[in-house]
Design a protein. Structure first.
Length: 116
């Protein structure tokens, strides 16, 4: 029997400043930024499904994601696009095929929002 589960537990995001990253990610997700920073460099964002682990120990310009490692889901891509623009998030692409767009976090990691 294979002991490896067919699921992804967490995605690690390299961030320069753990406090600032916690504030930014929690703000765009609309969740409180009051969780504990673990070991001085990790912050776990509990999601429905896979967690996001912000990690300032792994940050370097070489580790910044240049293509989205995952996407956030939305049921309304237009509303999500306007929301992110209203947050002054750096948008990388316009809405593509009425389905998705890319943006950057403050550390330059490329991320995506996709309509499901």
């Amino acid at each position: 029997m294979n002991p490896i589960l067919k699921q992804i537990g967490a995605i690690f995001m390299p961030v320069k400043n753990i406090e600032e990253a916690r504030k930014w990610y929690c703000d765009i997700l609309g969740i409180p930024a009051d969780g504990r920073i673990v070991f001085g460099h990790l912050y776990i964002i509990t999601m429905s499904g896979t967690e996001i682990v912000l990690d300032s120990k792994i940050f370097s310009k070489d580790n910044v994601f240049r293509t989205p490692p995952f996407h956030f889901n939305t049921t309304d891509i237009e509303k999500a696009y306007k929301y992110m623009k209203g947050k002054n998030v750096e948008i990388v692409t316009e809405i593509q095929f009425d389905q998705w767009f890319n943006f950057k976090d403050p550390d330059g990691n490329h991320l995506m929002i996709c309509q499901c």
